[in-house]
Design a protein around this ligand. Structure first.
Ligand code: PEP
Ligand code: MG
Length: 577
């Protein structure tokens, strides 16, 4: 009998393959008293669990294919070292003796103590190490709770060609699993704007999120179908259903061939207005795919991915080499390097330092707090600017005070580089992301100090509509066409125009062809998106006339009260312009 689960399709494409289930999620630990005469037995049970955790990790280490990046090995090595650390082993033993409690509880007490120390640290990188602590502790807890199912295969290693099913996946895991050759993934949590979903689109892996019941209804190893466009997952499909989806795969393949025809054509509207189409990248290797498109450059390089899946953050030299390699691959086209946007959903899974991380210390706030980590990045970006056109972009600005702090740090960095006789482009362009409603409302103030603005609609929508972008429960409220969102976008575009600086958009909305005409009519002429979206957006641009769109869109924006915006955008898309 077949079974279909629905979720939110976040990356189109159909995958057929075997399910690989990753059990994760929170572990509930209860305290129980251990009689004095059984204390030593409890300690022995704990130490045996630590040994088993070590054996699991070593087995995982052996199974890493030679072709896999070294990062995964380093990841596992860090966890093995932690298992040798007295903090995670000797102290829980003392706690069992002292409190006469069960091993799980002792481990939880120690975890809470260690994590609270980490959270007080000023160093953002070290703070993210608490995720490693949690991974290691959870591994021991699962063994203790006799729920090691799934762990035996190594939680960071998945078999090639499988469809990964998980409660949740972090962006770091998504990158790692893609390297290991998974076909698709589905998670129980998440929203279409989560960084995990964005990565899936840019890596062209079919994916869905918010798929409730995954772990309950699907068996590990059974053949399943995942439709990342419709957000449907089917198990136990009959031949007829399988044939239907194989045909869909073929159609998708043909569609890619059709769209590839636009690859080498310039992005110009039917009435002759050139539009800048840029690509978003997460990793330096993405640049290979981008250089095969006719993108005008990179409009958003999310540098935080360079900091993930590794025990140590990259130093200035490594960052510099990496940025230079991307600049060289772009052969004179501009590279927009966004400074670190860590925090919120972009840290390894586990607890966050803030009870509300999206509103907490993330992005530029974190960098300004942790200048020891920020300075090497600024130095690396500035030094890289000597090798080609670089634009430096600051994420999540919410007030101009922050902007002035960053500008003065950049200035100090330039002076220091000059003193050290290190080359950089003195006129490197500095831009700011408008992704907080407060920044959009005061975009004119930002525009007067910057060389360009870029609208980050993923966060702008999240913060304007008060919906957590990774929470599937509130996904139904996600609405790029909400009048408030449209007004903030329009205000930003107008503020940039008035100040005579370019305004781009690099959120997911820019890569969604349903909104291309609307945005063109609002005056946007620089779009940055994952490279896979470029051909389709370009095909819409070709069939659109700015002259015809501007009055239609203005009329639409003047009449948002009717609440019929989606229908009106649909008819805008259907008209011949
Ligand atoms: C955005 O918020 O729209 C954006 C492009 O940044 P990120 O998705 O990395 O937060
Ligand atoms: Mg953002």
């Amino acid at each position: 009998m077949s079974l279909a689960l629905s979720g939110i399709g976040v990356s189109r494409g159909v995958a057929i393959g075997k399910a690989h289930i990753i059990l994760r999620g929170s572990i509930e630990v209860l305290e129980s008293a251990i009689p004095v005469h059984l204390i030593e037995d409890e300690i022995a049970r704990f130490l045996k669990a630590v040994d088993s955790a070590r054996m699991q990790l070593e087995a995982t280490q052996e199974r890493i294919p030679a072709s896999t990046g070294v990062d995964i090995a380093a990841f596992i090595e860090t966890h093995l070292l932690m298992l040798d650390d007295a903090t995670l082993v000797a102290t829980p033993v003392d706690l069992i003796r002292e409190h006469h409690c069960n091993a799980e509880w002792a481990l939880k007490l120690q975890r809470d103590a260690v994590v609270s120390v980490f959270e007080q640290m000023d160093d953002a990188y070290l703070r993210t190490r608490r995720d490693d602590i949690d991974h290691v502790i959870n591994r021991i807890q699962r063994i203790l709770l006799d729920s090691s199912q799934g762990e035996e295969q190594g939680e960071n290693i998945v078999p090639e060609n499988t469809i990964v099913l998980a409660y949740d996946l972090t962006p770091a895991e998504t990158v790692m699993f893609e390297h290991q050759g998974i076909r698709a993934f589905a998670t129980e949590c998440g929203g279409p704007l989560s960084h995990t979903a964005i990565l899936a689109r840019s890596m062209q892996i079919p994916a869905m999120v918010g798929t409730h019941g995954l772990q309950r209804y699907i068996r590990d190893g059974e053949t399943i179908i995942l439709d990342g466009l419709q957000g449907v997952l089917i198990a136990g499909a009959d031949e007829q259903t399988l044939d239907y989806y194989r045909e869909r795969q073929e159609q998708e393949f043909q569609r890619q061939i059709e769209l590839a025809k636009f690859a080498d054509t310039p992005a110009v509207t039917s009435d002759g207005t050139p539009v800048r189409l840029m690509a978003n990248i997460e990793l330096p290797e993405d640049i290979d795919a981008v250089s095969r498109t006719s993108a005008n450059g990179v409009g958003l390089y999310r540098t935080e991915f360079l900091f993930m899946n590794r025990p140590e953050p990259p130093d200035e030299e490594e960052q510099y080499d990496c940025y230079v390699s991307v600049i060289e691959a772009l052969k004179g086209k501009p590279l927009t390097i966004r400074t670190l946007d860590m925090g919120a959903d972009k840290q390894a899974d586990g607890i966050s330092g803030s009870s509300n991380p999206a509103l907490g210390l993330r992005a530029i706030r974190l960098c300004l707090k942790n200048r020891a980590q920020f300075r090497p990045q600024l130095r690396a970006i500035l030094r890289a600017s000597a090798h080609g056109p670089v634009r430096l972009m600051i994420p999540m600005l919410s007030n101009t005070r922050e902007l002035h702090q960053v500008l003065s740090l950049i200035n100090d960095t330039k002076i220091a580089l000059q003193r050290e006789a290190l080359a950089f482009a003195p006129d490197v362009q500095i831009g700011g992301m408008i992704e907080v409603p407060a920044a959009a409302l005061t975009a004119a103030d930002f525009a007067s100090h910057l060389d360009f603005l870029s609208i980050g609609t993923n966060d702008l929508i999240q913060y304007t509509l008060a919906i957590d972008r990774v929470d599937d429960e509130v996904n139904y409220l996600f609405d790029p066409l909400h009048p408030a969102v449209l007004r903030l976008i329009k205000m930003t575009i107008d503020a940039g125009k008035a100040a005579g600086i370019p305004v781009a958009m690099c959120g997911e909305m820019a890569g969604d062809p349903r909104y291309t005409r609307l945005l063109l009519g609002m005056g946007l002429n620089e779009f940055s998106m994952h490279h896979t979206a470029l051909p389709e957006v370009k095909s819409v641009i070709h069939s659109s006339s700015i002259e015809a769109l501007v009055p239609l869109v203005q009329e639409l924006l003047n009449n948002t009260r009717t609440g019929r915006i989606p229908e009106r955008v649909d008819s805008l898309n259907q008209n011949t312009l």
